[in-house]
Design a protein around this ligand. Sequence first.
Ligand code: AMP
Ligand code: GLY
Length: 428
Amino acid sequence: MGKKVLLIGQGGREHALVWKLAQSPEIDEIYAAPGNPGIAELAACVPIEVSDTQKLLDFAIQQNIDLTIVGPEVPLMAGIVDRFQARNLCIFGPSAAAARLEGSKVFAKNLFKKYGIPTASYNVCDNLEDAYACARFFTDQGKAVVIKVDGLAAGKGVVVAQNWVEASQAIDSMIKELSFGKAGEKIVIEECLVGEEVSFFAVSDGKDYVSLLAAQDHKRIFDNDEGPNTGGMGAYSNPPVYTRELHKVVLDKVIEPVIKAMAAEGCPYQGVLYAGLMVTAEGPKVLEFNARFGDPETQVLMPMLKGDLFPLLEAAAQGNLKDYRMDIDTGSCVGVVLASAGYPAAYEKGKVITGLDKLEVDTLVFHAGTARKDNLTLTDGGRVMAVVARGQNIAQAIDKVYREVAKVHFEGMHYRKDIASKAVNRKE
Ligand code: AMP
Ligand code: GLY
């Protein structure tokens, strides 16, 4: 009998995962909680929120789900994997203790230091006086300094301060004003690294791992990385900065040591290892780890996987990754996020989206914030959808994705025009 899968989440990342899982001959039924209108074309959406662990657990038991896959980080930190495993259910993702790799910057940095994993030098502070002194150490030398709250902060807990004024404001906001609540009880103050950022993705079962591939995202709202941060305005896979040589170093100095370190600390890491790296003149250094797939990186990773995703994630959840391999396509995928007017600040919803029926058959559209009403697809979020195209190289993929994006329309639609252009304008 075919397998039943439950995917938890509702964004573009989850749509891309469902799109890939739907191609698996091993799967009979896919459920998504709560899903979105794009996901609903491929899976049965059930109206359970990602944070409602009890209802998700009841659903998985009632439906005899063979594998549950967790998309976002919040249920992981809340211990959904521990709850499912306690009932002998197979679930892909780290335990709450292992998810601290993303959920606590202090835990992660101390782990990197203890096991010699390359990262920016840092101090942990829990009071104003120490924090000021640590920041001054950098700013007095005319250097930038990076200030991070310990806990999850929806992408807003990191400040790259160029000088003392910016640094002290960030520290005041975190420690004095408690703007991040408990997440800011401790803060990390670290050296500002210089280089190009890249993300690398692997899947681990706690002992062994399968290497996937690298991607770059574009966090700022406007071209040339200007304006405020967003949830991600686009991404592309196989960036040229991530060379074969770099890959070897990343596996050797980052991925393998982290897996060993987590096991040695008594919290073996099962799930996605998403390494945020800075490629510095001294080699790659870890900026952070995330305990899940990236968004919008997943939208440009899934189309690059040649093999079946389901048995990979199932084998990881069962601790069977030894000698497992995933073949990756050559070339690249570029994904452009279409956003509502005003995003990342206030925006209107309910605009009619047109042109999706004009897209070429091999162009992919992953929904993030959409709604369906009377056979119309409407905007229902800040980031509405990602249009993704493949190419034999990045330039081809860029060309195609922007030709396709030009066919789509909704009132106020805006998007970055320079996704992946860094890759083709490189000076080596
Ligand atoms: P994080 O959540 O730790 O990855 O930080 C978010 C973003 O802040 C990263 O994607 C980088 O752009 C920037 N960042 C974090 N740490 C550093 C650092 N030590 N040096 C330079 N930039 C950093
Ligand atoms: N693309 C950034 C993230 O998923 O955290």
